[in-house]
Each structure stands twice: as structure tokens, then as C-alpha cells.
Design a protein around this ligand. Sequence first.
Ligand code: PMP
Ligand code: GLN
Length: 380
Amino acid sequence: MNPVYRKLGTTIFEAMSARARASGAINLGQGFPDGRGPQDVLAEAARALIEDSNQYPPMLGTAPLRQAVAEHYRVHQGLDLAPEEVVVTSGATEALACAIFALVSPGDEVVMFQPLYDAYLPLVERAGGVARLVRLAPPEWRITAEALAAVASDKTRLIILNSPLNPAGALATPQELALLADFCISHDCVAICDEVWEHVVFDGARHQSLIAQPGMRERTVKIGSAGKIFSLTGWKVGWMCATPRLAGVLAKAHQFLTFTTAPNLQAGAAFGLGKDLAYFEGMRAGYQRSRDRLRGGLERLGYAVLPCASTYFLNIDLTASGVDMGDVAFAEWLIEEAGVATIPVSAFYAEAPVTNVVRLCFAKQDATLDAALERMTRRP
Ligand code: PMP
Ligand code: GLN
């Protein structure tokens, strides 16, 4: 077995969900909504499944979806992307794998930020890259010039930025984006921007992409996911956007990873991306209400909850809540004794256990959140 895989366990999301399924715990661990998703998007995918071709779609994605992604980013983020600059993938996960495998050569250094989404490190290491990790600290999780300078070297080739940030729920500020652009330009590196949470942003804030910073257009790979935009995480339809030169390089990896993605799901995603502003506003408002419901309940139980500007996740600062057993042990206790699955944020660090924070997914029906809160009246 490849040594990178030898040291890996099963991802925390699958591990916690499997335990929740087996034990009947309420699953606030893995991030997925328990609603049905938009009916018209589902109907379009169902129609396409029955009426349209089910043979291989084009390798780079169907023309309607590539067009819809470019148009969607024009309307929602003011970006000027051509359909030829969009490559459709089987989820953002495949886009990350393509970008990392296509752009990292053995010995290249890759700057990443902790807490980091669990796929990044194994993919970078499997490509032979060397991780240079910057630690971000709660409650603001900000990137500083000093922290970047400390990990820079003449081997720096790539940065991987996740904004909005899972699990922290933080959005990169204009100052951080300018700093990162400056860093990429002065070190001549490419930025992989994992922006799957770009629409799940609260309190009137707006996501801004690094690709819009001066000088970043030709050195950014912008990654998105229909799963997040339409609350349909099982769909696994994603995309990566980059200039034609860079997109051509990414496509070389994509053609031998999955080659293509189910055509009816591409049709559903293309339809959904054209939905009016009200859909996106309604989705945000709904998740914001759920965030506030869970936050209010947790605070009433005496938990200190960290700020959440984005994503489906709230984080409890266990130290500030008077719980000092460690986040891994707390998550264990909670699933075993109270019947609620969560994710210890230590899982998002290369060296665990390192934080004392647990993540809870609030993209659930009110009744599910209330039932979890009821179970959590028990404390260790
Ligand atoms: N990146 C981040 C930061 C995520 O949170 C997720 C999934 N929640 C993904 C990538 C994977 O997205 P997909 O399901 O489209 O592969
Ligand atoms: N991104 C989801 C989360 O953070 C999980 C994705 C997965 O299960 N691989 O919970």
C-alpha cells in the first residue's frame, strides 16, 4: 500500500455517520441537510434521466452546465468567466484531486491553513507535495502576513484556501484576500480556492473570491459544488474554473480520474444555477434561522458557541464552556451517552488532539435540532 494511505484511518465524517446509523444517535456530525432539496431541480434531473441521453457526456462537462456556471458567477459574484473556463467534475472532491494532482510535483511545497478540510493533506502528500501548514486561531481564524512569511520558501508552488472555511464558518476578509494575492504573485504560485460554501453565508455578508483580486485571474482555480448550492450533498456535481491554459492542465487529471459526471445531474445543476435570487436568499435565510435556533439552545445549556458567518456548522468552545476532557473524548461521550453525533475539530488538524472545539451541523429540521438539544441537557 502507498505509505500515505497506510497511515490513514477512515474519514471522521464516515466514521461518525456510520456510528450514528448503527446506534440511532441524532447525526449533527457529517454536514448534510435533512430536507429534500429544491423540487424543481430534482424534477429537472428526473426528467433528464428519463428523456435525455444517458451515454457519456463530454469530458469537460455538458455545454449547458458550463454555460450556467459561468453565467451564475457573472450574476452572483460579478466574475467574467467563459464557459470554456469551466471543467465539470464529480463533486468538489474530484476537483480538488484534479487540481492537486495536476499542479503538485514531488518536493513542491503547498501552503494550507489549519483547521483544514480532511481531503487536502492526503491528496497533497499522495502527489509528493510537502505541506506547509499555517495555524489559524479562534474566534476569528485570521491569516496574517507573519504567518505566511514563516512558511514561504523558494519551493512554494501552491496555496489551498478554503473560504468560507469549514469547519470554522469564517469568511476571508478583503485584507486577507489582498495579502494572499500578494503572496501568490510574489512567490509565483497558484491558488486552489475551495469555495463550496460560497452561497451559505449569513447576516447579509457576501462571499468574495480570490480570483477577483488583481493579478489572480490567471493563477487561481476556483472550485464549487452543486451539492452545497442545492442542499443535495449526494449529487457529487462540482466544477473548477480557471483560465483556458490552466483549465487544460486540470483536464489532463480529470480525464483519468472520472472522465465525466452523470448527465442528468448536470442537467439538474444547470437548471438550478439559473434560479432567481429569491431561491438563494431563501436558502440563506432558512439556514440562518436554523443556526440561530441551535445557537440559542446551546447557549441556554451553558455552552460557549463561536461566531459563525457561513457554512452549516456551529462550533462549541469546550474550554470556555467548562468542559476540559478534550474534544475527541467529548464527542465520544456525546455519541455514546447522550446519543448525539458531532465532529471533534481536532480532526481538521494534522496533529491531533490539538483543539478543544466540537462542530455541530445545523442544516436540520427544527424538530431534529430540538431533539438533539433535549439529549444534550445531559453533560459529562
Ligand atoms: N470542500 C469542503 C470545504 C467541503 O466542506 C466539502 C464537503 N462538505 C467538499 C469540499 C466536498 O464537496 P463535494 O461533496 O462536492 O465533493
Ligand atoms: N463536507 C462534509 C462535512 O464537512 C462531509 C463530506 C464527506 O463526508 N466527505 O461534514
